[in-house]
Structures are given as C-alpha cells and as structure tokens.
Design a protein. Structure first.
Lengths: 118, 114
C-alpha cells in the first residue's frame, strides 16, 4: 500500500513556541491530505483538509490562525501549531488519499506525532 | 450526514476465541466503510474496506467484515484471537463525493487474555 510518513514522531516544546509537523506521501501524489487530532482514549477528530496549492478547509471550532496548514507540493503538507499551550498537547495524525487506481477512496495514515507542551 | 456507532468501547476475549467488534453506520447515500487498527502511539493501519463490491470483505491478519445493508452494519470478525490483536479498532465511513472525509467511530479497545 501507499506510504505516508509523518515527522517528528514526538516533540516536546515550551509554552509559547511554535511547532511544525510534516506529512509526506512517499510513493504517490496526494492533492488532498487530512489532519486529525486524537485525545487520549478517544477517536480521531478531523481538524482540517489540506488542499495542494490552495487554502486548507478547517472544521468548525478549529482555529485556523493557531493551526497553520501549508500544502505546497503534491507530496508534502505541514501543520504548524503556533504559540503552543499545554492544552494543545495531543496526538496529531495526518492522512493522504490516493487519487486513482484500486486504492481510490482509501486513506493512508502517518504514524502520528505526540506533541507535549510544557 | 453520515456517522458510525461502535457498540462496546472495550471488548475482552480469550486467546483463540472469536473476535466480534460491532459497527453500525448511518448514511443517506451508499457508503464506503473501513476498519482501522491502532497500536499505542502509532497511526492507523487499514484492516479492510468495503467499497460497493463484494459484501464479505477479507482483510489482513485474518480479519473479515460483512456489509449488511438491511442491518446497516459492518461488523469485524476474526475466528481465533491472537495476543498480537490487542489494540484499538476504529470503524469509519465515507461516501462517493464526500471528499473522502472519513467519519470515525469512537473506537473499541480489544483485550486478548490467555
């Protein structure tokens, strides 16, 4: 199957600083990527849909100025958590969709990033 | 609007016993349905998917699921549980033209005991 790589796998940062998380599709092109947030023992909550070459579409209640998404190429989307606070500590997961072929409609997930803000 | 409901946030089975994880969906249009597994501090791995072809879908690691339109269900089964199956399982739904935005269930934690 297609491979999505997410980096870093974990990060600890000080309150008030910004953190960038990268999501790469390694062996396919992804015009659309998705960013999720997962709280402990809970399901995945879609934060935003990242569209290559255009602005991301944010879900209701997600602050677009706090969670900056850039999708500058067909293989890379980034999520930047700006001015991070302890309540932003969470597990962030990206996914990418294969556009064509037998895997169409299937989403492939990165391994996730554990963010801890201290 | 589409949604999935996973009955039972925790399921415990003995090693070698049948695994049954329940998922019911709600969708006004024909759905695509997925089961994912998540191990601690990792992303999601696709177990299997239903995309309007065969209603009985076989996936990896011996798992399978059957799409039953009349019951709006897509339950996940495995004939014989293995210790390595202990993980969190998520059912998810999307539909054609839905932009592939997945809607996830709340998850079921599977525990396998000796």
């Amino acid at each position: 199957g297609a491979v999505v790589s997410q980096h870093p796998s974990w990060v600890i940062c000080k309150s008030g600083t910004s953190v960038k998380i990268e999501c790469r599709s390694l062996d396919f092109q992804a015009t659309t990527m998705f960013w999720y947030r997962q709280f402990p023992k809970q399901s995945l909550m879609l934060m935003a849909t990242s569209n290559e070459g255009s602005k991301a579409t944010y879900e209701q209640g997600v602050e677009k100025d706090k969670f900056l998404i850039n999708h500058a190429s067909l293989t890379l989307s980034t999520l930047t958590v700006t001015s991070a606070h302890p309540e932003d500590s969470s597990f962030y997961i990206c996914s990418a969709r294969v556009n064509t072929g037998a895997s169409r409609a299937e989403a492939f997930f990165g391994q996730g990033t554990r963010l801890t803000v201290v | 609007a589409q949604s999935v409901t996973q009955l039972g946030s925790h399921v415990s089975v003995s090693e070698g016993a049948l695994v049954l994880l329940r998922c019911n969906y709600s969708s006004s249009v024909p759905p695509y349905l997925f089961w994912y597994v998540q191990y601690p501090n990792q992303g999601l791995q696709l177990l299997l998917k239903y995309t309007s072809a065969a209603t009985l879908v076989k996936g990896i690691n011996g798992f399978e699921a059957e799409f039953k339109k009349s019951e709006t269900s897509f339950h996940l089964t495995k004939p014989s549980a293995h210790m390595s199956d202990a993980a969190e399982y998520f059912c998810a739904v999307t539909f054609t033209g839905g932009g592939n935005k997945l809607t996830f269930g709340t998850g079921t934690q599977l525990k396998v005991e000796l």
